[in-house]
Design a binder for this molecule. Structure first.
Ligand SMILES: [Zn+2]
Ligand SMILES: [Zn+2]
Length: 124
């Protein structure tokens, strides 16, 4: 099958993501303005979860939602034409939209911590 892969999104001409210039942005985990050296633009929808490795049978259905997440581990999925970066201070991933505060895309550990807080709140 691999022999016939031409003009696939992950060929060198059409990389899945393109590195972009470093950004400075407010990191709400570090509670400070931080440099995000590692920045990139997503070019194509993900076919596979970058967190748990689940292959998506129907990425279009996932991306049809306003906030696509992995159906298995709830990892937030990067969306085409959006820019992302990771904080040099804590490694958190952010969605970078010029003119607004960067949106945190919590990783698995951060999501679990948030869920715990949510449960504690709902119990009280
Ligand atoms: Zn996943
Ligand atoms: Zn940070």
């Amino acid at each position: 099958m691999a022999l016939f892969r031409r003009n696939e999104p992950d060929s060198p001409k059409n990389p899945l993501k393109t590195p972009t210039l470093p950004n400075r942005a407010y990191c709400r985990i570090c509670r400070a303005e931080k440099v995000l050296t590692n920045c990139w633009r997503r070019n194509f929808p993900l076919k596979q979860c970058e967190c748990c490795g689940l292959a998506f049978e129907n990425p279009a259905a996932l991306y049809g939602r306003s906030l696509p997440v992995c159906p298995k581990c709830e990892e937030f999925l990067e969306q085409p034409a959006f820019e992302y970066g990771t904080c040099d201070g804590c490694g958190s991933k952010f969605e970078l939209v010029s003119g607004t505060l960067p949106g945190l895309l919590p990783n698995r550990a951060q999501r679990e911590a948030m869920n715990k807080i949510g449960r504690m709140r709902s119990q009280s």
